[in-house]
Design a protein around this ligand. Structure first.
Ligand code: ZN
Length: 496
């Protein structure tokens, strides 16, 4: 199974499902939407397609990227690009199989479901995964799963290294009008790559680390890892175990040669510094003169819009800062006059356990590239009303020492969850349709809508306590706090 020649990409087009080859996709012979039974596999497949494209076809500059976006490539261009790299993407290569090491010594093999995040150990396993998933995987699905495990998942546990971006990074991609366009929009040009990694030129001929292996216990500066090597980084030793016969793949359902387990082994090394992944934002803080970078991830149940500012707005001061994903920085230079649609996804984990999967679409209105400050204001407004509500409910619960007895009823968390549910569409819409040149009016309207949601949530939450004489003072205190906060949030000189 070679990712450059076999038909392994499951797509759906006008109701018809089929698997197509990467060449058919790039040459424009076939089109459709990716079609996996799991949203995380779909996202990982898209990432893998972008990585392969980045490795095979890095465009020189914006003009040449524009050409790729516009027109499918010819079979000759495709064949040229594959020259010398066929071995990189051969899942069954006798010596250097795709993202694996030959001869991995393991006391026992690991069942295939361990390769799919959250299936083997998720507490909500029955809820997030259809029954029977991951007993055997076909070549395409297992390649996506291997790539996903190496890039997006918590490590395999004790002593196993996680991906270059840490445990469960947020991935950001630009969504195009077709799958082919989406792939190209998430490929960096040489110019952009050199800007993001000044070491790009001198490292561009490096091989992936499953071809040119890392020495055990080595210390590797992030700036010694080239673009191709980083994109296809395999943090652990894996070796797939092919089955002797074909079977139905438990992920895509196809009847094909399958793999029903793998051997794994850990090995240790240290990466010094942070490798700037093209599809991830980075945040940093400066502590005692040293800059510490990391990749944002979903650490709480707060919805994805609450992260939008650090995913799309660049900002920095002496102490901290944030940088958007390099593909978004690149898009700012040629997509600023248009709307942009982003695909944002990642896992939320607790150590090795995946607690939640996210894969969402976000639209940003025309002008997004120049109006980061206003995007940030929208997010701040959305968060401030949540805080206002929490603060009032907290006072209702605890009162003020020696003055007002609290009710002892803590409603903060459940009501916050409802706030997030009820404001989700409003926040998405605000980001998608805001007219930046009339931003002040639009922000005022958003303030009004959020205020009315907060009032109604506060009333609903406290309704059953209004008849409790002992709680009336606490309730009045909470209400005063709410209205005081509203006044502070109102744009100057305006009345909501
Ligand atoms: Zn499959």
């Amino acid at each position: 199974m070679n990712l450059l020649t076999n038909a392994w990409i499951p797509i759906q087009h006008q109701g018809k499902y089929q698997k197509i080859s990467y060449q058919q996709l790039l040459c424009g012979d076939q089109t459709g939407e990716l079609c996996f039974p799991r949203d995380d596999m779909e996202l990982a497949c898209l990432q893998l397609l972008c990585a392969i494209t980045q490795v095979l076809f890095i465009p020189k500059d914006k003009k040449s990227l524009g050409q790729y976006v516009k027109e499918p490539i010819t079979p000759e261009v495709y064949a040229d690009a594959c020259q010398g790299k066929m071995d990189w993407f051969d899942l069954d290569h006798p010596e250097t199989p795709f993202m694996q090491i030959r001869g991995v010594k393991a006391t026992q093999s690991t069942p295939m479901d361990k390769l799919l995040a959250g299936v083997a150990d998720g507490t909500n396993k029955a809820f997030v995964n259809p029954q029977g998933l991951a007993e055997a995987l076909c070549g395409g699905c297992v390649s996506v799963a291997l790539f996903n495990a190496a890039n997006n998942c918590p490590s395999m546990g004790g002593g196993f290294k996680g991906g270059l971006r840490g445990s469960t990074p947020i991935t950001t991609l630009i969504n195009g009008r077709t799958l082919r366009e989406t792939i190209w929009l998430n490929v960096l040009t040489e110019d952009a790559a050199e800007f993001v990694m000044p070491w790009y030129q001198e490292t561009k001929d490096q091989l992936p680390n499953y071809l040119d292996k890392i020495k055990v216990d080595s210390k590797i500066p992030a700036s010694a890892i080239g673009l191709n090597r980083g994109l296809l980084w395999q943090p652990a030793y894996f070796e797939l175990l092919p089955s002797q016969s074909s079977a139905n793949c438990s992920c895509c359902g196809g009847y094909e040669p399958v793999y029903n387990g793998f051997n794994k082994a850990k090995f240790s090394y240290t990466i010094e510094g942070v490798w700037p992944h093209p599809l991830s934002a980075r945040i940093f803080t400066v502590k005692s003169g040293e800059r510490q970078e990391k990749f944002p991830s979903f650490t709480t149940t707060a919805p994805t819009w609450t992260h939008m500012s650090r995913l799309v707005v660049d900002q920095q001061n002496d102490k901290e800062g944030q940088q958007t994903a390099p593909v978004i920085q690149q898009a700012r230079t040629f997509m600023s006059a248009d709307k942009i649609q982003l695909i944002i996804g990642g896992y939320r984990n607790k150590q090795a356990t995946v607690e939640e999967r996210r894969h969402e679409l976000f639209s940003l209105a025309q002008g997004w590239a120049e109006h980061g400050d206003l995007i940030q204001q929208i997010i701040i407004v959305g968060l401030s009303y949540k805080t206002t509500l929490r603060k009032a409910l907290y006072l209702f619960s605890v009162g003020i020492k020696d003055k007002v007895n609290g009710s002892g009823v803590n409603l903060c968390d459940p009501v916050e969850a409802v706030y997030y549910q009820q404001t989700e569409n409003l926040m998405h819409n605000s980001l998608a349709i805001i007219k930046f040149e009339e931003a002040q009016d639009e922000l005022l309207a958003l303030n009004k809508q959020l205020k009315s949601i907060v009032i109604s949530l506060f009333n609903q939450a406290t309704e059953s306590y209004r008849q409790e004489p002992k709680m009336l003072k606490a309730l009045a205190l909470a209400r005063r706090s709410l209205h005081k906060s509203f006044r502070e949030l109102e744009p100057q000189g305006e009345t909501l």
